[in-house]
Write a protein that binds this ligand. Structure first.
Ligand code: IDP
Ligand code: MG
Length: 156
């Protein structure tokens, strides 16, 4: 099992898409093991996007991500990082494939609704940033797991 950090960005919250996006994640068979809604402090967002520090859009990105509440989710599943990236779609929402979250709900490059960790290393770092206390994460076993995966997939 793998965990990934998902953020529902301020545009998703303002556009009342939280429920629809969370439903996509649950419908896929992924499991939410942490969830909080908060207007996160600027230093935390700056650290989260530190890899983009030198990019021309960095200041706007930090401004956007601190402009309103964000939902942070810890999502668990087999290959959850890749599965979520596929579900989210291409960075530029206008080009994202139909059926993806960005492809179905977005038009923008920057206001693209969702963040998902892009590797095991960033997932670990980002989860620690948004869920600093382990007690904020919930280990639980959904009853349906034995139907989401086959026994051979080794996650029962
Ligand atoms: P990702 O969210 O698909 O992983 P990244 O390249 O990691 O995309 O960029 C982080 C975020 O920065 C994007 O989701 C988007 O909100 C914003 N961003 C990336 N590239 C641009 C750009 O060229 N113009 C404006 N915003 C951008
Ligand atoms: Mg990224």
């Amino acid at each position: 099992m793998e965990r990934t950090l998902i953020l529902l960005k301020p545009d998703a919250v303002q556009r009342h898409l939280m429920g629809k996006i969370i439903a996509r994640i649950e419908d896929k068979g992924l499991q939410i093991v942490g969830m909080k809604l908060r207007q996160f402090p600027k230093p935390l967002i700056e650290e989260h996007y530190a890899v983009h520090k030198e990019r021309p859009f960095y200041a706007d990105l930090v401004g956007f991500m601190t402009s309103g509440p964000v939902v942070a989710l810890a999502v668990e599943g087999k290959d959850a990082i890749t599965v979520m990236r596929t579900l989210i779609g291409k960075t530029n929402s206008a080009e994202a494939a139909p059926g993806t979250i960005r492809g179905d709900y977005g038009m923008s490059f920057s206001n693209n609704l969702v963040h998902g960790s892009d590797s095991a290393e960033s997932a670990e770092k980002e989860l620690a940033l948004f869920f600093a206390d382990d007690a904020e994460l919930c280990d639980w076993k959904p009853v349906g797991r034995t139907w989401v995966y086959s026994a051979e997939e080794g996650v029962h």
